[in-house]
Design a protein around this ligand. Structure first.
Ligand code: DGY
Length: 329
């Protein structure tokens, strides 16, 4: 009998079809994410789960699914899954790195440019019928991106792709990284990037772009003290995870113009609550967690997600296991 698999939301491309060719699949039929209780109830008897970053897969959910052998996350980030607990239970967890690197870097740049040149604010201005004078010498002035300093917090794949785009803007690139890797060496050799500590990066950068995973160490990495180190003309861009920034402190810094602007794709709570102070600010560009949202990338993610699951449930090592130690046992 084929293994049973529960998919917590419809995913695009051929991924679902691929999974369906190997397993007995059921898919959560709604647009809203299932609650933990709904996942447990819908996934009873399942050996595989396909999850999204909005699904909370904690030890309670894992314990309530005794047949579970593999969790295939449809994302590169997996902070919504208790990987340590899954590992203890011998459950393989996989993700979809690599394919979304360039797409996410594009969005970081879209936010950087939009926030710096006030593109969204200008669009709102025109639509509101406020454009009454043909050309104004001081109308909607932004700041130059070309030739400025870009600070990349976390020089992994996406950080590097963001830095590579900066060479076309003749920018000086600073970065932080906890370790020496092939990517950090490439950043230094190919982009002329300079490694500094976080405080130096915050003090010297005109644009700060965040590219670290959310872990206990990076939660609120950018808080009141860090925002206080940034230039009053600086722009913060976040396409990583919302909780890397203390959002309340960010809203204060923006409303008091202690930093100039922000471009945000991710939030501490998603969807962002409608009473969030960020929504009332003109100097923030806000998009709804669409870093990887291109037709091409989302369908590649679905394919990798399916390949990971098929391999894991067939007893093979998936290409992108986040806890490969499960196989070492
Ligand atoms: C991821 O894959 O972690 C991204 O946040 C999705 O856009």
């Amino acid at each position: 009998m084929a293994s049973r698999v529960f998919v917590t939301r419809e995913i695009p491309g051929t991924g679902l079809q691929m999974i369906g060719q190997h397993f007995d699949v059921s898919v959560w039929p709604h647009e809203r994410p299932p609650t933990s209780e709904e996942i447990v109830s819908a996934a009873q008897g399942c050996e595989g789960l396909v999850t999204l970053l909005s699904d909370n897969i904690d030890s309670g959910v894992i314990d309530a699914l005794p047949r579970l052998r593999a969790i295939s996350q449809y994302a590169v980030g997996y902070d919504n899954i208790d990987v340590e607990y899954a590992t203890k239970r011998g459950i393989i967890v996989t993700n979809t790195p690599g394919v979304l690197t360039e797409t996410t870097a594009d969005l970081a740049w879209a936010l950087l440019l939009a926030a710096s040149r006030r593109v969204v604010e200008a669009d709102r201005y025109v639509r509101a019928g406020e454009w009454r004078v043909a050309w104004g010498p001081t109308l909607l002035l932004g700041r130059d991106v070309y030739g400025a300093t870009l600070g990349i917090v976390g020089m992994g794949r996406i950080g590097f792709a963001v830095g590579r785009r900066a060479t076309g803007f003749n920018m000086r690139v600073l970065y932080t990284s906890r370790s020496d890797t092939k990517i950090t060496r490439r950043a230094e050799n190919e982009l002329g990037a300079k490694r500094v500590d976080l405080d130096t990066l915050l003090r010297e950068s005109d644009f700060v772009s965040l590219h670290v995973p959310l872990t206990p160490r990076t939660r609120h990495l950018i808080g009141k003290r860090e925002l206080g180190l940034m230039k009053p003309t600086a722009v913060l861009v976040n396409t990583s995870r919302g909780a890397v920034v203390d959002e309340r402190e960010l809203a204060r810094a923006l409303s008091e113009r202690r930093i100039r602007a922000a471009g945000l794709d991710v939030f501490e709570r998603e969807p962002i609550p409608l009473d969030s102070p960020l929504l009332g600010l003109d100097n923030v560009v806000i998009v709804p967690h669409i870093g990887s949202a291109s037709v091409e990338t989302r369908s590649k993610m679905a394919q990798i997600c399916a390949e990971n699951l098929i391999a894991a449930l067939s007893g093979q090592r998936p290409k992108y296991a986040v806890n490969p130690e499960v196989f070492e046992r």
